[in-house]
Each structure stands twice: as structure tokens, then as C-alpha cells.
Write a protein that binds this ligand. Sequence first.
Ligand code: CA
Length: 693
Amino acid sequence: MFSNVPHPLKLVDTASAWCLGIAAGCVIFATGCGQVDQGQEPPSALPDTEWPLHGLTAAEARFSPLDQIHVDNVGRLGLAWSFDMDSTRGLEATPIMVDGVLYVTSTWSRVYAVDARTGTLLWEYDPDVPGGWARHACCDVVNRGVAISGDRVFVGTLDGRLVALNRADGRVLWDTDTINRSPPYTITGAPRVVGDLVIIGNGGGEFNVRGYVSAYRADTGEMAWRFYTVPGRGDDPHENPALERAAETWPGVDWSVTGGGGTAWDSIAYDADLDLLYVGTGNGSPWARHMRSTESGDHLYLSSILALRPDTGALAWYYQTTPGDNWDYTATQNMILTELEIDDVQRKVLLQAPKNGFFYVLDRATGELLSAEPYVTVTWASHIDMVSGRPVETGQGDYSEQRQLVFPSTLGGHNWHPMAYSPETGLVYIPAREASGYFHPTKLNWFELGSEEAARQTGQPTPKIAGQLLAWDPVTQQAAWRVHQPGLYNGGVLATAGNLVLHGDGDGFLYAHAADTGEERLKLELGTGVIAPPITYSLDGVQYVALLAGYNGIEDDSTPVHRYRNDGRLLVFKLDGRPVPLPKQRPPPQPFPPPADLAAIPGEISHGEGLYLRWCVGCHGIEGTTRGPDLRRMTLGTRGVFHEIVMDGLYAPKGMAGFDDVLSQDDSLAILAFLNEQTRQAHLAQQDGTWAD
Ligand code: CA
């Protein structure tokens, strides 16, 4: 099957003339590429077309030149086949399609190789991540995909390993520990391959780790270089001059509470012409700057875009989107490399819509800020000063003394769900989100979503609190069109030469919109909420769209998890396919035990809340999510063995590890006291009729 192993950057066979720029790995389709005239190419002439890299190309634009499925026939899209991902949690991966095989990751960093024509399983790999590692993941046991180079498949595992597999059979070729087991790093992002190096970062910014990105040799798994994104603690010598400069921006830092943060947990792009590797970095640890240090400082390189030399990891330039990050405003959102004509000059640009709400256009050769404007409601800063390149803070985001409502929320104006850029419309399609959030002066990494009424009371704008598909013109820095979505969570985006923007949504539908006007052309029920981005490929003259369905996010009225089980599926569509079978019905939820039956617990509720937010929320969520069980619905019997579960690991075989290394008996009591109080409130809300389920 793999006798004709393609180069990882090869996109097409017979139609390589579509875009020769692909081999350079940059500025793909920027001018004159993908101009296939609709209707002139009969379907049988459609060449086999792969999706070989995370963002299709190293430029990460997620724009496909395929147009067999187009704006006028997308309504005929139906299911070609589906594949069970053996998951009931969130699925976030971008599938990779090479040589007729789809490579996808599921929860717990499991990898599947599936025949891209039929969905037949070819092999699977389970890295056997210890179930207890879930407690180190802020946001579920997710994975965003593999990288492929030559005969190898690379995957990062939740417990911090980078593993190379044989592409033909999934056999392990090497397995490298990138974190040395402590402190609690996680890997959820997809690796990228540059030359003979595999690039991988990690997560843990909610847990006081020190962020870094590393390069490993593809053939041996040996580390080539590592770039720490923040300085080391105390008097340790700095690893390089860039960190020496960064250390000056961390005055008055309490290293007993922070490891820095700045984790590079998702976004990476590469420009072969400039030979620069772009890495987005995450939030400070903890979120609140007044908790990290007694003096103000920029805390480099938090919330920054870094341009590194890929052979050495040396820093070429950086741009910090949120100096002294205070709101979990990561700059780990996907970066797109293209060319734009700005003020009559053709510029090589990098586009990013980070969580802080501003859309940035940078010159990617130098890091020069070309423009930045808010793409959603922003109240923490009034604007970006174009002389200094810095945001001008309003004071609304200062919560060092009191609780404050701030736009955007910590969920971000845009999160990891990838945006796409179409060179044919010149628009960026952002899975954006309008929401405000409260931040608290003393609660660690705490937030609560704000309502429109709360915004009105604080004299702030009152946009509709919802997700939206936003078509953004990066030259004029204005919206071309917006489509509001029912809920807050939306999936990543794919743009195609068929004048289409395709995306799944938390409401359990696959949507297609006309890329130029935003007109809805498809609303196909899947029954499963989607957060992952679609891809497209063609085989034997047929264009397919592949998408992972599996929800992970806030449950609201729009999310189908109230009706259907959240069984993860790889869904592959084509024109004139069949209807999508709906998932099995969800059994009715376990009732809340009546307050009168809940034992009086001597633990402190507020102490328990803090511990819950530190150790439990990642899996069990706030007020119920789809990740782990809603603990307010624990039976009295389960509450009776709460200690044995939390401290002794009674449910370890189910993936719920014991916490006796970090929690005391009193801590466990306090968490149960907090949960009992939450249960009481939920029970009362149900009785009052204010409960929506
Ligand atoms: Ca974060």
C-alpha cells in the first residue's frame, strides 16, 4: 500500500500545477492558485488530493482548492461512511489524509489509521496514558492530531511523550519522554515536522508549569533543541540571551506561586522561504498578574507570537499580544501565513485572532505590527497603539481589588478551533465567540460567564452572548459578514475553492455557508456537538469532507448532549451520500439527591470550591459538562465512599485516580461539602422551575 510514499509536503499528483508554491511551504494559494473553473472539470478528472499537514500546508490556511462540492450542490452532501472513535468525550483532531489513509487521534492520545475510501480500520495505537494523568489536563483528555513525514506518524501523548509510529502498521519506532514526568505537563497539540525535526510544545499553564517548545530528530527521537518561553526561577542561569532579556520583564515575581506559564500548547506554523518557525504561547500562571508578582511587568514571552530559527530554536523576533497577561488571553490560536497588499505594498503576513479579541496582521519577516482591530467586543483595552505596538488598557480589566466583568471572557473571542483563510475571497473565517466573564481578585484561575444584563449594569456593550462564524477582511480590518450560532461553542473552519465555508457546531449540525456572502447552504443534523475542524480530500474522482464529532464544552439549550449520547465518530461526507444516523438516546440523568438526605459535612465550602477548581473541574466541569460525571448527581452511596474514591483511588480503573499525594482528608471533606452545597442549589433550582435540563 505504501510503495509510493509521498513527500509530506506533496499535495497532489496530476494537478501539482494548481499551486507549485506548496513545496515551499508558504504563501500558498496567495495569488493565482486554486483557480479551477467550476463546471469545466468533470468529476472524473478530479485528481487524488491529500490533506498531508495539520493546516493542509505549513502556512496553515485551511483552504482547499477542491471544488467538486461547491456552493450550489453542497445541499446534497450526505454520509459516505463513519467510524466509531471509542470515545464519549471531546474530539478535537484534524485528520491527516496521505496515500488513501486517514490518520486520526481520539481521546487519551489514541491513533487510528483508517482507509479513506471505506472507513475500514487498518491499525490502531494506544499509548496507554495513565488514567490519573487526566487531572493535569485543564480541558479534557483531548488530542488535536498527528504529523506525518515519510514512513512515520508522530503523536504527542497526554502524559508528555512524543511517539514515532511506523506508518504502515502502527508499530512504535521510538517513544521519547518530553517532560521527565514532573511537573504536570500535558500534550494535546499536534506535532509539526520541519525538515528532519519534529516540533512539539505542551500544556499546563493552569498548573504553574514553565512553558517550552522542543525539536526532536525524526529518525531517532533525540532532542535537538528546546526553547523555554519564560525565564527560569530564582538564580538559575538563563539558557539564552532571549531569556536573559525576558527575565528583566518579571520584576517582583513570586516564584513560589508561579512557574511562569506561557505554554506552547497548540499553534505552530512554518515559512520555508524565510526559514522561520512561528509558535504561539499561552497565558501566565496563575492568570492574575497581581498573584504572579508585586510589580508590574510584561512577563515575556507570555501570550506572544515567537519566530524561531528551526535548526537551533534561537529567537528571531517576537510580538507580545497581551503584555503582562491577566486574563488567560493566550496567543496559541492558529496562525495563518499569506500575502496581502497593504498600502500598495505586497507583504508577507502572519494573521492571528488570539483570545484577547484583537485581530493582528504582522509582517512575518520582522514581526512588525501592520494592523490590529477588535473582531469581537473588547473592554479590557481601548485599542492597540500602532507606534508602540502595545494595547492601551482601560482599567475595566483590573481585578486586583475587586471582581470585574471583562470582554472577552477567559474562553476568548476565539479559541483553539482553527480559523481558515480563502485567497479567493480575501476573507478569514473565524469561529468567534461573544462573551464576557468575571475575574476575581483572590480566587485562583476562576471565572464565571457574564450575562447581557450584567454588561448593561456595568455600562459595557451588550452583544448577543453566542458563538458566531465571522468573515473578516484582514486588509480593511472589518467584518464582511457574521452568522450567529445558537450556542457558545463552535467548531473549527474549512474554506474551499467551491466558494464554501464548512464547519460543525456545538448544536450538532454541519453547516456550509457561501464564502463570499455568508448565505447558509447546508444545515445537516449529526446529533453530536462538534468542535473539531473539517478537512477535505479526493480519491478516485470523488471529493470527501471528513470531520470528528464529539462535544466538549459548556452545555446549553442548543447542545444535543441533552438528547443523545456523546459517542465520538469520524464522519466522512460526499455528494449524494446517505442520511447521518443519529446517536443513541441519552438515558435520563440521575436525579439530584434531596437536600434533606445529604449528610452535614464539616468541611469549608469555600476551601472546597478552590480545591474543586484546582483539581476536579478539568474533568467534571462547572455545573455539569460532557467530560466526566456531573458530581452533583452522585448517589448517596457514592457520596458514602467519596473518600475512598478521591483519596484511595477506588475508581482508578475507570480513569479517576486517587489524589492522596496532593490532598488531605480535610481537603476531601471540603470538596464534598462544596459538592453537597452545589447539589442543594441545583435541587432548589429544579423545584423553582428555574432549572433547564
Ligand atoms: Ca489557559
